[in-house]
Design a protein around this ligand. Structure first.
Ligand SMILES: Cc1cc2nc3c(=O)[nH]c(=O)nc-3n(C[C@H](O)[C@H](O)[C@H](O)COP(=O)(O)O)c2cc1C
Length: 181
């Protein structure tokens, strides 16, 4: 059914951008809570939810994290460090950690889309020093930080980088038979 809701969602999906320039304007705790809540409502393999989210809003902490994160730009007002709880992930057996990484990715997208719906920009960041962040945030051995999301009100919304078109990416019934729809 192509109702109004679908249109709103596709607009958010297409409109969200990786934002790397932020205004000096704090994000309310209420909004941060909404973003975090969107994260825990992501699907997860066997509903194991082997994720831990570390919210960082303290300016000094953010500065310290920036020093050990080459992929983290400008002055985000909040960071969420998404981690895999390896003890929990073990419940998923041999594929547990792999699945947990997928789960985290889905939680991250939920958070970024919810943020976008509130006018808040975000950027996923994998380029950071794990050992250093572990020490800075007191992360125990069985918890693995895998992704940082930065948040803030954008100075501007960047232009959308090009997407590979459907007809190139989608294969119908078998690999190589491209989508012409
Ligand atoms: C798993 C992942 C890791 C990323 N790591 C970084 C990063 O370390 N630094 C950064 O500035 N952007 C990072 N990005 C953002 C991408 O560069 C960006 O999403 C991509 O260019 C598409 O742009 P868009 O998000 O505006 O559509 C990452 C994105 C993903 C999904």
């Amino acid at each position: 059914m192509l109702g109004g809701r679908f249109l709103e969602l596709i607009t958010a999906i297409k409109g969200r951008r990786a934002v790397r320039r932020f205004r000096e304007e704090p994000i309310s705790l209420e909004h941060l809570k909404k973003i975090l809540e969107a994260g825990i409502w992501a699907p997860s393999g066997s509903n194991i939810q082997a994720w831990e989210f570390i919210l960082v809003t303290d300016k000094e902490n953010i500065e310290k994290i920036k020093l050990i994160s080459p992929g983290l730009f400008d002055n985000p007002q909040a960071l969420i460090v998404l981690c895999i709880n390896k003890k929990r992930a073990e419940k998923g057996g041999r594929l547990g950690e792999n699945t947990a990484l997928m789960d985290i990715s889905m939680a991250a997208q939920n958070m970024m889309l919810l943020a976008y719906s509130l006018g808040i920009g975000s950027c996923p960041v994998v380029s950071f020093n794990k050992t250093a962040i572990r020490e800075l945030l007191n992360i125990p051995e069985h918890v693995d930080p895998v992704l940082i999301l930065s948040f803030g009100y954008p100075k501007f919304w960047p232009k959308a980088p090009r997407r590979r078109p459907l007809k190139e990416v989608v294969h119908v019934e078998e690999y190589g038979k491209h989508f012409e729809g």
